[in-house]
Design a protein around this ligand. Structure first.
Ligand code: BGC
Length: 502
């Protein structure tokens, strides 16, 4: 099973230890980071599809939706920048906050970062739940975003486990929306305020979160670090591991310029891949479904409750298909999942685009029959499953396993930032794109899926089971990346360039 290690890797690695409460708390707090991220992805679309919410905050969208404004195109019902800002503002705030958060983590440790994240997030949830106007809504979302930027500071946790927590968060949000939509009034307030629950778990958890021995060593507190390691491992027999940690910390001190290092020619494969993978992940179009599924289903003519139910179903598929990835990624490898997932997504996108074209045409006028509506939901589920065992988890896993220490912090930051930036873009422009590109929007994302699948086929070597010290051999052996890797990086020649390199 592919997962993250909460202890430093390297050294002999055969350390004594057991699962102590500290390890459990760390996992719990790391998981709530993913949960709140997922909850916010899933919650906004559901509340936007609730009439009471629209009437209160976006009355012009409500009029369009109910066809009271004379515009009958189904594609443009929800086209409003203010409405999308409600969803997207969170991601731009998270992006900006993550820069401050990593500085905070370096100076004060992740405990302080996670605590700040929890508190800020809590304020956002309260403001959203109590919102009286759009400004309160958007400021609340921005605070949630800042909280998320701070909350995702357990970097070792950005892997498949993180993705699993995200999908559970999205599913819970869909489920909550379905429940609150049945309330007579103020259901949306409950949906938004319930985000406070994981925020409280995170805030309280972070108080008990151990400072990592690593971060204590880096802040010059060796004795404390050793005592902490003993506590975490539940044994006094930590000498060997502690020495390894000291060594690792020395080595990482020599890594002074990760941002400069990553621009070196020999790191070109990692740089390109860490820029493109999160970009492509967002260009699969997944968040069209994750953010706006209920809105999309309403556009297809489903009623309020049926739309939210359909979103619950896609959310559930997302969770279970992620499990498929967890259990197969080390067996079939990353490439197999990427390629199969890409092909499956492409087929579904072409099918969904065609079905919508056949019913709404270019004018956006028409009605879905019940059975065709169900076929569309089924196709969307198959698409979501494909994403959930390929680009979803691998979008976090692959970048995280290709960075050597020298460039690790820069590489991870690029991955997270590019991801947040394009999540913001898609959240902000999707409803406008739907209005203009109509059913063609599904072909647009399908085109990107074709490009990214081709990219994987030619440019991503298999990284399954390759330890980080061996990774250079993989690049060196690659038909394209080989020329960027100097011979001495893989023990060939002695620094002399090979014929490829000159
Ligand atoms: C992506 C999110 C997406 C989620 C869906 C994540 O890997 O980064 O943008 O909403 O998967 O499960």
């Amino acid at each position: 099973m592919a997962g993250g290690h909460f202890v430093s890797q390297g050294g002999s690695g055969n350390y004594e230890g057991r699962v102590t409460p500290f390890v459990v708390i760390t996992c719990l707090v790391a998981a709530t980071g993913g949960l709140i991220f997922g909850y916010d992805i899933g919650i906004s679309g559901g509340v936007t599809s609730m009439d009471e919410f629209l009437i209160k905050f976006f009355p012009s969208v409500y009029r369009k939706e109910k066809n009271l404004s004379g515009d009958s195109s189904q594609y443009c019902k929800f086209d409003s920048h203010l409405l999308t800002l409600f969803t997207s503002s969170l991601y731009i705030a998270a992006l900006i906050a993550s820069f401050f958060a990593s500085a905070t983590t370096r100076a004060f440790g992740r405990k302080v970062s996670m605590f700040c994240g929890g508190i800020i997030f809590l304020c956002g949830a309260v403001l959203n739940g109590a919102a009286m106007n759009v400004t309160m809504l958007i400021i609340g979302r921005i605070l949630l975003g800042v909280g998320i930027g701070y909350a995702n500071q357990i970097r070792g946790a950005l892997n498949i486990g993180f993705q699993m927590a995200i999908t559970i968060g999205i599913f819970l949000a869909n489920f909550v929306n379905y429940g609150t939509s049945k309330m007579k009034e103020n259901g949306w307030r409950y949906s938004l305020a319930i985000a406070a629950v994981p925020a409280i778990i995170m805030t309280v958890g972070s108080v008990f979160l151990p400072d990592t021995p690593n971060s204590l060593i880096e802040r010059g507190q060796q004795e404390k670090a050793r005592a902490m390691l003993e506590k975490i491992r539940g044994t006094e027999n930590v000498h060997e591991e502690f020495q390894d940690l000291l060594e690792a910390s020395e080595t990482s001190k020599q890594v002074q310029h990760p941002w400069k290092n990553i621009r070196q020619r020999k790191y070109r494969p990692q740089l390109v891949i860490t820029l493109l993978i999160p970009f492509f992940q967002q260009l699969t179009g997944i968040n069209v479904i994750m953010f706006y599924a209920p809105v999309l289903f309403k556009t297809l003519g489903f009623g309020d409750s049926a739309s939210l139910m359909a979103a619950v179903i896609t959310g559930l598929v997302n969770v279970f298909a992620t499990l498929v990835s967890i259990f197969t990624v080390d067996k079939f490898g990353r490439r197999a999942l990427f390629l199969e997932g890409g092909a499956q997504m492409l087929i579904c996108q072409i099918a969904v685009g065609s079905v919508i074209a056949s019913v709404f045409g270019v004018n956006g006028e028409g009605t879905f029959s019940k059975s065709l509506g169900n076929v569309t939901v089924f196709l969307i589920c198959v698409y979501v499953a494909a994403f959930a065992w390929s680009w979803g988890p691998l979008g976090w896993l692959v970048p995280s396993e290709i960075f050597p220490l020298e460039i690790r912090s820069a590489g991870q930051s690029i991955n997270v930032s590019v991801n947040m930036f394009f999540t913001f873009i898609i959240a902000q422009i999707f409803l406008t794109m739907l209005c203009h590109l109509k059913f063609g929007l599904f072909f647009f994302f399908g085109g990107f899926v074709l490009i990214m699948t081709t990219f994987i086929f030619f440019f991503l070597p298999e990284t399954k089971g390759v330890p980080i010290e061996e990774m250079n051999r993989v690049w060196k052996a690659h038909w394209f990346w080989g020329k960027y890797i100097p011979g001495d990086a893989v023990g060939l020649g002695h620094g002399k360039p090979t014929s490829h390199e000159v």
